[in-house]
Design a protein around this ligand. Structure first.
Ligand SMILES: NC(=O)c1ccc[n+]([C@@H]2O[C@H](COP(=O)([O-])OP(=O)(O)OC[C@H]3O[C@@H](n4cnc5c(N)ncnc54)[C@H](OP(=O)(O)O)[C@@H]3O)[C@@H](O)[C@H]2O)c1
Length: 309
């Protein structure tokens, strides 16, 4: 099969389109024929070697941890997924990924996709959608009427977070550059904020929850935007607990875990027409390097999808 792998860490020229054997499966795995994969910033962070201490890969490794496709084999212990099922997944990150014609994934990390999603849309949803759900629902326990600030509302995580928070009845404030203000509104944000216009503290009334997808200075400036006992959840920089306390706030850091349960929750929102991924950029296995450069630009709207089969 064709697979895009790295044999060493580095720039986009380390991405090699190889011909390799199809993966073999364990008893608790399924084999998925990949129809579409998606790109996430973690892909190029791993390619560059930034996460070596955290995830020690034996190279070469196939990158890509979003997938949608059709099950072609099931392991001996798998009873709830069958050959022919149309599925999607954010598979475990320590195994070979989805820039390939086939991927082996633990069955418990796979869900049957909503029929309302085509394969590209189904591939765009898992990593960013599970992340947004884990932050807003599992950790922050968002409640109807609460005010939620989504930083980078036009990005992969942010554009899904806006829709999930709205589906939970929250009042959503989201940030983006001037060119993405209309998109924030289309996604359902109650207030679209242009971060380049003025400091956020001058534009936003206090919120109950901050979803921090940016870290650094943006995280530091977010404490002042929280109500007493509000929570800042970051997916980028571990918040400093003492700074949170000094601001009468709570904090958390989330690193996504695969979850069939959350994929099924996302399916439900899709079925209710409350959630839809936006795909603004499409590539193929042959043009993955361009896809990485797009992601690294920091200007991606919605998701980047890789059409595989
Ligand atoms: N911990 C985890 O489990 C986890 C999971 C998923 C993602 N992440 C991390 O979360 C971050 C975001 O991921 P992503 O997939 O959403 O990235 P992304 O899709 O690449 O985000 C791009 C978006 O960021 C926006 N942006 C850039 N600068 C901004 C600023 N100063 N203020 C507000 N928005 C800004 C851009 O909008 P404009 O062009 O309008 O500025 C663009 O739409 C990445 O660092 C990723 O690695 C972590």
């Amino acid at each position: 099969m064709r697979a895009v792998r790295i044999h060493q860490y580095g720039g986009v020229d380390t991405l090699k389109l190889d011909t390799i054997d199809k993966p073999s499966i364990n008893d608790d795995d399924v084999l998925i024929q990949v129809n579409a994969a998606a790109i996430n910033p973690v892909d190029w962070k791993i390619r560059e070697g930034y996460l070596q201490a955290f995830i020690p890969y034996e190279l070469p490794v196939t990158l890509g941890w979003d997938v949608a496709g059709i099950v072609t084999e099931v392991g001996a212990d798998v009873t709830d997924i069958k050959v022919g099922d149309e599925v999607f997944s954010r598979p475990a990150i320590h195994r070979d990924g989805s820039y390939a014609e086939f991927i082996a994934v633990k069955a418990e990390e796979v869900a049957i996709k909503s029929p309302k999603l085509d394969f590209s849309e189904a591939a765009a949803l898992p990593l960013a959608g599970i992340t947004a759900w884990q932050c807003l629902v599992d950790v922050a326990d968002v409640q109807p009427g609460q005010r939620v600030l989504v930083h980078a509302g036009a990005g992969g995580v942010g554009h899904l977070a806006i829709q999930i928070a709205k589906a939970k009845g929250a009042v959503v404030v989201a940030t983006a550059s001037a060119s993405n203000q209309a998109l924030l509104k289309e996604l359902g944000a109650d207030q679209a904020v242009d971060y380049s216009k003025a400091p956020l503290a001058e534009q936003i009334d206090a919120v109950d929850i901050v979803l921090d997808t940016m870290g650094g200075e943006i995280q530091q400036n977010s404490w002042a935007l929280l109500k007493d006992n509000g929570i800042l959840v970051s997916v980028v920089d571990q918040p400093d607990e003492s700074v949170a306390k000094a601001n009468n706030a709570r904090s958390a850091f989330v690193f996504i875990e695969p979850s069939r349960r959350i994929l099924e929750e996302l399916n439900t929102l899709v079925d209710e027409d409350k959630l839809r991924p936006i795909i603004e950029h499409r590539f193929t296995l042959e043009t993955i390097a361009e896809a990485h450069l797009q992601s690294q630009s920091g200007r991606t709207r919605g998701k980047i999808v890789v059409d595989v089969n």
